[in-house]
Ligand binder design. Sequence first.
Ligand code: SF4
Length: 120
Amino acid sequence: MEKRLICINCPIGCHLSAKRESDSAKWEINGNRCPRGETYAQNELTDPRRVVTATVACDSAIISRVPVRTSEPLPKRHIDQLLNRLYTMQIKIPVKRGEVLIADVENTGVNVVFSCDCPR
Ligand code: SF4
């Protein structure tokens, strides 16, 4: 089996090829210019994750939404459910940058935190 990916760890965007025998769990990666590409490809093919950014509605008279993000990359299978949850929330300000809005999303150990200070 062979798959092709583009490494997203830096602007170079190496084109990677991943091959594996049907009885092997490990992929053989080629095309990466540095070790980060190998790590990226192995993770992407076995447990793909992304940092999630979004906004949540708030009760401020000045701004309508506050930016949030995950503290670490979240497994992709949980992203849709998290976004649905965030887009139906209404939070009360003030909030501080880094303050946790949702702890331990789906028992992954990943938190959703505020991306900026939002004073009253
Ligand atoms: S493999 Fe290394 S050099 Fe290539 S895009 Fe990924 S991080 Fe950048």
